[in-house]
Structures are given as C-alpha cells and as structure tokens.
Design a protein around this ligand. Structure first.
Ligand code: FES
Ligand code: FES
Length: 156
C-alpha cells in the first residue's frame, strides 16, 4: 500500500489542495486537476513534453515528485493572466511551428524562459535552450522561425 499526503500549492495563480501518493509525479497530479497541457511521453526526462514551471524554474513533470511542489508556485501552459494568447503562442501559430502539437506546450514554456534571459537570442541560444525538447514531427525549422518571430514581437 502506497503512502499518501496532502499538499498545498499555487496552480496558475489559484490555491490548490491535493491528496497525492508520495510516489506520484507532478504531471499526474496536474492531469488529475484537469490540466492536460503538460503530458507524459518518454517518462524519462528526455523529451520536454511534461515541462512545467515550479517557482519559475522549468522542470520535467514526469520526474518531479509532486510532494516537492508543496508550498510552491506552479505554472503550466494553461496559465494566461491576460486571458488570451501571448506573443510566443501567436508566433508558433503564425509560423505553423507544430503538427500534432504534443510537444508544443513544452516548447512554448521554454521559449518564454529563453526570451526572458535572451531578448534577442542567437540561433545557438535557441538551439541550446530548446535542446531538451523533442518534436517527433520534426517541426524544428518552423519552431526556430517562431522563436525568432516571438523575440521580434516581444521587443516591440
Ligand atoms: S515525459 Fe517528461 S521529459 Fe518526456
Ligand atoms: S508537433 Fe508533433 S511532436 Fe512536435
């Protein structure tokens, strides 16, 4: 029988209380909360499909124990404080930077992290930041175009 515990955290700005198994990973707990943007794919920390932000740091939700999120600020692709798409999401749509879209939430969260750190990123910066995100549809050329467009849009 596995142990359970109660955790309290902020999820996309709202307080959440969840009963979790101590073995459970964060992505499972988020899915149980009805948030399906972060998805488990490889379950080995290799593909980036399960990317979420914990206290503004990107983590692999498939490996990050949900118990560690107790007291944390957790944000997912569903976070939309202005109630609309941001420039990164717009750029991905405009550039057609996805096919199935399975990987897209992770790419978008990492692109936001990249542009926070490097408002005018070089192609090497882009490739470095997104190296932990895999796209099985191989939409990489369009993804790189989208990141460059998002950078331009962000700089106004
Ligand atoms: S599902 Fe977590 S990194 Fe692939
Ligand atoms: S768009 Fe299909 S995995 Fe990336």
């Amino acid at each position: 029988m596995s142990a359970t515990r109660t955790i309290h955290f902020t999820l996309n700005g709202d307080p959440v209380t969840a009963q979790i198994g101590t073995h459970q990973h964060l992505v499972e707990v988020l899915q149980a909360q009805g948030l399906t943007g972060a998805r488990e794919s490889c379950a080995q920390g290799l593909c980036g499909c399960c990317t979420v932000l914990v206290n503004d740091v990107a983590v692999s939700g498939c490996l990050y124990l949900a118990a560690f999120a107790d007291g944390a600020d957790v944000r997912t692709i569903e976070y939309a404080p202005a109630g609309k798409l941001d420039v990164v999401q717009e750029a991905f749509i405009e550039c057609g930077a996805f096919q199935c879209g399975y990987c897209t939430p992770g790419f978008i969260l990492m692109t936001r992290q990249l542009l926070d750190a490097h408002p005018d990123p070089s192609e090497d910066d882009i490739r470095h930041y997104l190296s932990g995100n895999l796209c099985r549809c191989a939409a990489y050329p369009e993804i790189i175009k989208a990141v460059k467009l998002a950078a331009v849009k962000r700089r106004g």
